[in-house]
Write a protein that binds this ligand. Structure first.
Ligand SMILES: Nc1ncnc2c1ncn2[C@@H]1O[C@H](COP(=O)(O)OP(=O)(O)OP(=O)(O)O)[C@@H](O)[C@H]1O
Ligand SMILES: [Mg+2]
Length: 235
């Protein structure tokens, strides 16, 4: 039996059109991500990394090409349909943690569930939230507000929030960009642990040290996939 890809992109192109010019940000990208993969995408500034992550996360749609998530064609959905699938299938971790300062750690992590599963009981939400907070070793900080935590701790809360809906894939955009090297290393170690426990990860980073922690290292150059290096064991 052939393994079905969780994520499959076929000849994806993205052209941004402004009054003065057309920018070909992605020029025919082919990409497959399988269950349990840890993929890094790196490349020089302007090569299309953020554009690719936006398409993967259903924040934008391609100009042409096919995009399948767990076999479902999501290439040409309306904005509302995209939002629905994004809620169900995608976890996103941003460079800036994007936590809500007025809410406690617990309520920040519970937020996606409260949006997505209005009928879910308080007890079921509590079980899921605490499970995710334990995964990122932050279950002792449930009633803190984000601004009472260190940067590294805030990013771990953002990771818990991305995990709470059991996403098919976790998309990560420069997760250490706002962290010092000690906190950055701790967040990267946490992502590696999550991947070992089964989470499928795709991370954009310009830091070669962190890109090298992935098993599959993709390089984007001027909107095209360049060479791919695959390692059986992450280092
Ligand atoms: N909304 C937009 N409108 C017009 N052009 C855009 C838009 N978004 C991106 N681009 C262009 O598409 C190209 C790829 O941009 P992208 O943001 O994907 O690069 P990147 O690899 O993420 O770069 P960086 O490492 O600097 O973040 C660039 O030339 C950029 O100017
Ligand atoms: Mg970018």
């Amino acid at each position: 039996m052939t393994k079905q890809a969780k994520i499959q992109m076929l000849d994806i192109k993205k052209v941004f059109v402004t009054e003065e010019m057309e920018t070909h940000a992605l020029r025919g990208v082919n990409l497959e991500i399988f269950d349990g993969d840890y993929v890094s995408i790196s490349g020089p500034s302007g090569c299309g990394k953020s554009s690719l992550l936006s398409l993967l996360g259903l924040l934008d749609s391609p100009t042409s090409g096919q995009y399948l998530i767990e076999g479902q064609d999501v290439s040409s959905l309306s904005i509302n349909e995209r939002a629905l699938i994004r809620n169900q299938k995608i976890g996103f971790i941003f460079q800036a943690f994007n936590l809500i300062d007025e809410l406690s750690v617990f309520d920040n992590v519970a937020l996606p569930l409260r949006y997505r599963e209005p009928a879910m009981s308080a007890q079921a939400i509590k079980t899921k939230v605490m499970d995710c907070l334990e995964k990122v070793q932050m279950s002792h900080r449930t009633s803190h507000k984000p601004n009472q935590l260190s940067g590294g701790q805030q990013q771990r809360i953002a990771i818990a929030r991305a995990l709470v809906g059991d996403p098919a894939i976790l998309l990560v955009d420069e997760p250490t960009g706002n962290l010092d090297s000690k906190n950055g290393d701790a967040v990267m170690a946490m992502l590696a642990e999550l991947n070992k426990a089964g989470t499928t990860l795709c991370m954009v980073t310009h830091d070669p040290r962190y890109a090298d922690m992935a098993q599959r290292r993709l390089h984007l150059l001027d909107g095209c996939m360049a060479d791919e290096l695959t390692f059986k064991e992450a280092v």
